[in-house]
Design a binder for this molecule. Structure first.
Ligand code: THU
Length: 216
């Protein structure tokens, strides 16, 4: 069962987009029942658990009579708890130990957290036929997908880089984006310190499954 945490989200009304968005901060705005979302009420921070913020967001999204453009959303809801972040990073460090990288000698580990709380880890797996190598992130994603999970909350990535946060390659960003734009990527240094961005922040103005459905 997922823990509920109070007060870790902010919902903002972006009238241009007809969108409520949730960001880790202090103010909470929720709409009144007006379907055009042209007015809203303000609740004090912490008055709803973040899980309810998500519900609220989905309600508003359903009510919106203007197109909802998630590209404008700089962040997502339900940031991870510190303990979850540490666990994910530690799982990515464990996975790095299994990296098969005799050509680059650049081991990478990843750990992917699904919406229902499971963790799938992966490492990079290279090949003598170089282009067949696969990154740690995609190993983890493919493992999760192949076991029936396609809703993700976060991925942690680890390498041996001491002074830099490991950043996912472009191909991995695109594969992450296939499964949503608003989930977290924890990029770590070898000592476990991290920097975090959403998939959307790493791959803005992206192409995804919805684009295939647009009018032609
Ligand atoms: N690599 C990853 O697994 N993930 C990244 O985020 C960056 C690069 C791998 C691919 C290749 O096996 C090695 O690191 C060197 O590029």
């Amino acid at each position: 069962m997922r823990r509920r945490r109070k007060g870790s989200g902010r919902v903002e009304l972006w009238p241009q987009a007809g969108l409520l968005l949730v960001a880790p901060a202090s103010t909470l705005l929720v709409p009144n029942s007006h379907p055009q979302l042209d007015s809203h009420s303000c609740l004090p921070a912490g008055s709803l658990p973040t899980a309810d913020l998500r519900e609220e967001f989905l309600k508003v999204k359903a009510m919106a009579q203007v197109p909802v453009n998630l590209d404008l959303c700089p962040s997502t809801w339900e940031p991870l708890e510190p303990a979850q972040i540490q666990k994910l990073i530690s799982r990515s460090q464990e996975a790095k130990k299994f990296a098969y990288c005799p050509y680059s000698n650049f081991p990478v580990g990843a750990a992917l957290l699904t919406q229902d709380g499971k963790i799938y880890s992966g490492c990079n797996i290279e090949n003598a036929a170089y282009p067949l190598g696969i990154c740690a992130e995609r190993t983890a994603i493919q493992k999760a997908i192949s076991e029936g999970h396609k809703e993700f909350r976060a991925i942690a990535i680890t390498s041996n880089l001491k002074n830099d946060f490991i950043a996912p390659c472009g191909a991995c960003r695109q594969v992450m984006r296939e499964f949503g734009k608003h989930w977290y990527v924890y990029m770590t240094k070898a000592d476990g310190t991290y920097d975090v961005s959403t998939v959307h922040e790493l791959l803005p103005r992206s192409f995804g499954p919805d684009d295939l459905k647009k009018s032609k």
